[in-house]
Design a binder for this molecule. Structure first.
Ligand SMILES: Cc1cc2nc3c(=O)[nH]c(=O)nc-3n(C[C@H](O)[C@H](O)[C@H](O)COP(=O)(O)OP(=O)(O)OC[C@H]3O[C@@H](n4cnc5c(N)ncnc54)[C@H](O)[C@@H]3O)c2cc1C
Length: 422
């Protein structure tokens, strides 16, 4: 017998993780509505995909399996992890004519679990709903007892739930996405093309994080080393929060990239030279929301806490939201009449943690772009920065350590205890 129905708006990592986690509970009916014509389109763009055991440099790792593709995403575990220490990044000072590697970041990797999707799913369903009664752009409608907004940083669910509640203007403003001040140039390049320019380029074998003032380049091999994924960041922190009138994602040229990274070392320039198709993303985040829940509507993933990607954690955080929320909804104590209590516990337990991760991602972004107190441009120019660079690398490691030092277990137990006590 069905105890209630859950509609999930958005079929990215967060939405599908909710569907997978909820499908453990046969008494909950799940419908996933995705605006795009296929699932996980945004993840393919954002994270890269592999066909076998190739890894992204984010760790600890979780595997999402969709069809034949595996995706590796940084998250904490829900079970006791098996640790393997692996190289996450070579940190290299790159914004000068001759760069140098100053730190190797080794982190534990957790190979956690395979997830498979099993729920009713609909694509090409862009919702424009008021909560609970769903309306789609194609004219169709649906209803549900619980609505999960997993519709990303632009979330229609977040916007609608704040306006429909007649919340104060400040809260409605908080529901709008906010420019982080960061542009990311993104591309993939054939490893062969790079090899022909620099045969022993480190990125052909190992992940690299090149650090520079207000700029940063992350690059790592994919698909058994056949392709190199490159993300080059240009930060304008003084423009953080400024209105963004242009489209968030645009195609751009090598020349624009070269201008932003003028003076960088040859191994970075060589990667840029191999670029054929390049896009520029204006990275947006969500404000620190006062709640992830309103009535029977809950937000997960980027719709609740979109962050800058300097811990490779956004997708993993969406999965953690999904597991905690599903555990509460699937619990025998949660029925149609006690739903809102379960959602309130989700908000109370999950929100502080997810918002802290978003905050440390921003802090790591500042460090990756050498915005560090006491580190002056003059120190950098005079080559007097070695000690501070080491401190920066160590601080990044510490800020990232939540990912391997903690698990979701404690939060799940706390949430279940609260539910059972009620
Ligand atoms: C440049 C960049 C690099 C990144 N690198 C990493 C990384 O290495 N590791 C990592 O973990 N994270 C990374 N992220 C972050 C990661 O992509 C996100 O945190 C993650 O995709 C969030 O998942 P989500 O399901 O919440 O949202 P999304 O992935 O945005 O999915 C939302 C889904 O909802 C759908 N949708 C939107 N509106 C509607 C609607 N009205 N009705 C129905 N469906 C709708 C969308 O089509 C989409 O499929 C990166 C992000 C960026 C921008």
């Amino acid at each position: 017998m069905t105890k209630f129905t859950v509609a999930i708006c958005g079929g990215g990592v967060g939405g599908l993780a909710c569907a997978v986690a909820l499908s453990q509970y046969p008494d909950i009916r799940i419908d996933v509505y995705e605006a795009a014509s296929k699932f996980l389109k945004s993840v393919v763009q954002a994270l890269g995909w592999t066909g076998s055991s190739q890894r992204l440099p984010s760790s600890p790792l979780i595997i999402i399996q969709v069809g034949k593709a595996n995706c590796f995403i940084s998250t904490r575990g829900t079970t006791a992890p098996t640790y393997v220490i692996e190289l996450s990044f070579n940190f290299r000072k790159g914004d000068q004519s001759e760069g140098y590697t100053f730190h190797q970041l080794y982190t534990p990797a957790i190979l956690l679990r395979h997830l498979s999707a099993s729920s009713r799913t609909y694509t090409s369903k862009r919702s424009s709903h008021s909560p609970i009664a769903l309306r789609f752009k194609d004219g169709s409608t649906a209803t549900c007892d619980v609505l999960i907004g997993a519709d990303g940083v632009k979330s229609a669910t977040r916007r609608r739930s704040s306006t429909s509640l007649r919340t104060p203007r400040s809260l409605r403003r908080a529901a709008q996405p906010r420019w982080s001040g960061i542009y990311a140039y993104r591309t993939t390049i054939p490893a062969e093309a790079l090899r022909s320019r620099i045969p022993n380029h480190t990125v052909l074998r190992e992940p690299m994080a090149y650090l520079g003032k207000d700029t940063q380049v992350t690059a790592y091999p994919l698909l058994h080393g056949k392709i190199i994924n490159v993300a080059a960041f240009r930060t304008r922190y003084d423009s953080e929060g400024a209105p963004m009138k242009e489209p968030w994602v645009v195609d751009t040229t090598k020349d624009e990239l070269a201008a932003d990274f003028a003076g960088w070392e040859p191994e970075v320039q060589a990667m840029f030279q191999c670029t054929s198709k390049l896009s520029r993303w204006a990275i947006h985040t969500t404000e620190r929301l006062p709640t992830f829940v309103s009535g029977r509507v809950a937000l997960v993933g980027d719709s609740a806490h979109a962050a800058v990607p300097f811990q490779g954690a956004g997708a993993g955080q969406a999965i953690e939201d999904a597991y905690l929320l599903a555990t509460l909804l699937g619990h025998p104590k949660t029925t149609l009449s006690t739903l809102t209590r379960a959602l309130r516990i989700y908000d109370a337990v999950r929100r502080p943690y997810a918002q802290d991760v978003a905050k440390t991602s921003r802090e790591c972004g500042m460090l990756f772009t050498l915005n560090y107190p006491g580190l002056s441009s003059q120190d950098i120019a005079n080559g007097q920065a070695a000690d501070k660079l080491r401190v920066i690398a160590e601080t990044i490691r510490k800020k990232w350590s939540w990912a391997w030092d903690t698990t979701l277990d404690g939060d799940i137990q706390r949430a279940v205890r609260e539910l059972e006590a009620s």
